[in-house]
Design a protein around this ligand. Structure first.
Ligand code: GLN
Length: 483
């Protein structure tokens, strides 16, 4: 059952080959059996899941089912879920039970999906390995000695191990696409403003965007359609109709112009990754697309710009965790300052503290112009580079990650961890959508190919990814021991 697509399962549910309760139980059993090896979940919502499955069976019985009714999913533990603990991977929110649902959570609930639980992530989504979570590291099902990527590592590992049909993630600098690549699955980060950020724990407000991790682009199309759309509760959500992504999956890619930026395929790039991604481009060429050399001249500025803007925004967003309103509070504070100081030093982990300090520094009166303002100005140039490229091509193709999954404990040096984001952060700076799909293996570990579209071109990305997956079988491979 866990190998079928969402559409196939929806069909089985409709034809009463299986009930939503049976399907839910199947996945809960898998999680209980398999997650001891992975630690992909922070919270399991078994009781609620089975209750919701009964409701799904009723919806199906009454002819009120949507394409997603009865389909088991999970949310990254950054999405507020009413009456279910939401930790953001942090000690400071270890006792936080939100009184409301994020818009994404509500939308999927209304569609009739079954929420199995909340997935592990880097603390406040800061990281590329999932090692910064207060709830322990997540293991990659392809090799449990390696990382699943981050920060949506729990969602990625859970999908890769087929413990559910799809999971949500957030992507501020690559946290959907990079773990998707390292875990051998499909992950889409939509255009900034496509999906409501309401009720998602904020990291970098001008960069954050929610999206979907699934085994295939076909599954992603169904889930992305359900969570997209305008929300008056998020002032940056864009009021544009949501296309029927699923209906366009089989559009022809004949004549599609694909750009390969020379800055992303340098001699420094791992040869096996370069070859796998290039062969991926050749597959699309065989389907009728044309390949073009392009340039994104300022892409190497992505990391320094991102690692000024993101800490600045997160230092401001994280000011709210003060021990007064919600979350962890230190014992017996002497006075208000002691309460703030000890709550925050005891509640936050090292990476979060590091970024709050950098962020506060670049926003301070004497350094604002030199760092924060300068980074914002340079950010515009990254945007311009992409817009210039999109005058020549329809989509852009390059690797998602410069390496395959690395070992736990590797990249202890902060800079080397930050450099893992080299191929992902520029999209967030420019607000563009991107999808990562599996394109091969190196030493038994998955390689991810990234497709980038102009704003609101998710339809095209899902279409091209689906055509690629029809022509290849990388996405059908399941890690040993999780079949
Ligand atoms: N790895 C990046 C970081 O550490 C991206 C995080 C994200 O997208 N949430 O900031």
């Amino acid at each position: 059952m866990h190998k079928k697509t969402i559409a196939e399962l929806a069909n089985d549910l409709k034809n009463k080959k299986i009930s939503a309760v049976e399907l839910t139980q199947h996945f809960i059993d898998r999680i209980k059996k398999l997650d001891t090896k992975l630690n992909a979940f922070i919270t399991l919502a078994e009781e609620k899941a089975l209750k919701d499955a009964k409701r799904a069976d009723e919806m199906i019985g009454n002819g009120k089912a949507t394409a997603l009714t009865g389909i088991p999913i999970a949310h990254k533990d950054l999405f507020c879920t009413q009456n279910i603990k939401t930790t953001a991977g942090s000690k400071i929110l270890s006792n936080f039970i939100p009184p409301y649902d994020a818009t994404v959570v509500k939308k999927l609930d209304q569609a009739g999906t079954i929420l199995l639980g909340k997935t592990n992530c880097d603390e406040f989504a800061m990281g590329s390995s999932n090692k910064t979570s207060f709830y322990g590291r997540v293991n990659n099902p392809w090799d449990v000695n390696t990382v699943p990527g981050g920060s949506s590592g729990g969602s990625a590992a859970a999908v890769a191990a087929r413990m559910l049909k799809g999971a949500t993630g957030t992507d501020t600098g690559g946290s959907i696409r990079q773990p998707a690549a390292l875990s051998g699955i499909t992950g889409i980060k939509p255009t900034y403003g496509r999906v409501s950020r309401y009720g998602i724990v904020a990291l970098g407000s001008s960069l954050d965007q929610a999206g979907i991790l699934t085994p295939t682009a076909e599954d992603a199309a169904l889930l992305l359609e359900a969570i997209s759309g305008f929300d008056e509760k998020d002032s940056t959500s864009v009021d544009q109709p949501v296309p029927h992504y699923y209906a366009h999956l089989n559009d022809s890619v004949k004549g599609l112009r694909i750009g390969l930026p020379k800055e992303c395929f340098t001699k420094d790039l791992d040869a096996e990754i370069a070859n796998s991604v290039y062969q991926g481009a050749k597959v699309l060429e065989k389907l009728g697309a044309t390949l073009h050399d392009i340039s994104l001249p300022r892409s190497q500025l992505g990391i320094p710009i991102y690692y000024v803007i993101m800490p600045a925004e997160c230092s401001s967003n994280l000011a709210r965790y003060d021990g007064v309103r919600f979350g962890y509070r230190c014992e017996n504070p002497k006075d208000l300052n002691d309460l703030y100081e000890r709550t925050r030093s005891e509640g936050f982990g090292d990476e979060v503290k590091h970024r709050i300090m950098i962020g506060t520094y670049v926003l301070s009166a004497s350094y604002y112009d030199a760092y924060y303002k300068k980074a914002q100005q340079l950010r515009r140039l990254i945007y311009d580079d992409y817009q210039n490229a999109f005058k020549e091509v329809d989509i852009i193709l390059y690797p998602t990650s410069p390496s395959v999954a690395f070992k736990h404990g590797e990249k202890e040096n902060r800079i080397s961890m930050y450099l893992a984001d080299i191929f992902t952060v520029t999209l967030n700076l420019a607000g563009l959508p991107g999808i990562s799909i599996p394109s091969g293996f190196k030493n038994g570990l998955p390689i991810g190919l990234q497709l980038i579209g102009n704003h609101f071109e998710e339809t095209k990305l899902l279409n091209v990814a689906h055509q690629y997956q029809k022509a290849t079988d990388w996405h059908t491979q399941i890690p040993k021991g999780f079949e």
